[in-house]
Write a protein that binds this ligand. Structure first.
Ligand SMILES: *Cc1c(COP(=O)(O)O)cnc(C)c1O
Length: 356
């Protein structure tokens, strides 16, 4: 028998969540953002599960190549563009769309004659200060793109820093972006999941949801279920050992948890080498046979401990859900001081994946 841990990928949830994104923006085209192996769900698994999508947005050109090799003919946008001339040529051969966000990217497009023109998403910095041309330089950038035979359709793009925070929102950045583009009549894309959900004015020609497609909430204070989203990943395992503790006994490395009373704990086959966060502390919720209990002590590489004292009828072999359809990933992430994005992306290659 093999180690009992596995990640279930819920294909119907992926399809449902893409449908939620579509219904929020019925007049936009919707990229399925599938960078980082579809946020840990598996690129090809997710692409197949979504069904008919308007387009894919991805960072890794190898992933884009896999999508083309598998027969996907939709637009595929490279979210950080091509990183080199060979990548630019490959992008053109694969008929990918390119983000261009800086002078080097623009210069590469001018240095080559490509096999065929590429659609370009000119990324403008409206306040995130990560990637993008200063928004005010848009006219110059567009003029250079328009004069370039390698460039097909041009779309203008920006990315928001605080779309997930109701108090700050997108207003300032959107105003700066709009003011800069003025009367340039070009298609536009601005929205990630948070902006798509919270700001109707962000639903433009294209929208770019990622996290919501995987059933995690982009907002700290709104559960995914309230947004109509379904968890697309369940991380589950089993209890592989049971220990009975006396008052004063400790659990795990650092002996950081001390039993205040007689208690029973179960050892679960799941640790940080599987992608469970080591920063999850005593009290982090865990489900055993569908009943809620708590993590105790430090998470180790291959195992963690949960309290079984008042949980009836469980023991070695009982099913444990670390996060998923019954225990939102966002709840576990919050207990570990992080966000659902990080947990799903960190699922380790050693965890067997089962598409259900
Ligand atoms: C990752 C990414 C997205 C998706 O963001 P979510 O918060 O996961 O919806 C959208 N746009 C760009 C440019 C990205 O890099």
């Amino acid at each position: 028998m093999s180690r009992p841990i596995r990640a279930l990928i819920h294909a119907d949830a992926l399809r449902h969540n893409y449908g939620v994104a579509k219904s929020l923006a019925p007049h936009s085209r919707v990229f399925a953002v599938v960078k980082a192996q579809a946020y840990g769900h598996g690129l090809m698994t997710a692409a197949a599960a979504f069904g008919a999508v308007d387009g894919f947005a991805i960072l890794e050109i190898e992933g884009a190549r896999s999508l083309r090799a598998a027969g996907y003919t939709q637009p595929i946008l490279l979210l950080e563009g091509a990183f080199s001339l060979p990548e630019l040529r490959l992008a053109s051969e694969l008929d990918l769309w390119l983000t261009v966000h800086d002078e080097a990217g623009l210069a590469r497009l001018e240095a080559e004659t490509l096999p065929r023109p590429v659609a370009v998403f000119a990324k403008l910095n409206s306040g995130m200060n990560r990637l993008g041309f200063p928004a005010e330089e848009v006219a110059t950038v567009v003029a250079r793109l328009r004069g370039n035979a390698n460039v097909g359709e041009i779309t203008l793009m920006t990315h928001f820093a605080t779309a997930d925070e109701p108090a700050r929102g997108i207003t300032g950045q959107l105003a700066r972006f709009e003011a800069a583009i003025g009367s340039l009549a070009l298609p536009v894309t601005v929205a990630n999941s948070a902006a798509l959900i919270a700001y109707p004015e962000a639903r433009r020609d294209w929208v770019r949801p990622g996290i919501m497609l995987y059933g995690s909430s982009p907002f700290a204070h709104t559960p995914a279920a309230e947004l109509g989203l379904q968890a697309a990943m369940t991380l589950q395992s089993e209890i592989i050992s049971v220990q009975r503790l006396q008052p004063g006994d400790t659990v795990g490395y650092g002996a950081s948890f001390v039993a205040a009373r007689a208690m029973t704990i179960g050892i679960v086959a799941c640790g940080y080498a599987d992608g469970y966060p080591r920063h999850a502390g005593t009290g982090t919720p865990v489900l055993v046979d569908g009943m809620r209990t708590r993590l105790v002590g430090r998470v180790s590489m291959d195992m963690l401990a949960i309290e079984l004292t008042d949980v009836p009828g469980v023991g070695v072999g009982s099913a444990v859900e670390l996060w998923g359809q019954q225990l939102p990933i966002d709840v576990v992430a919050a207990a570990a001081g992080t966000i659902g994005y990080e947990l799903m992306c960190a699922i380790s290659p050693r965890v067997p994946v089962q598409v259900v």
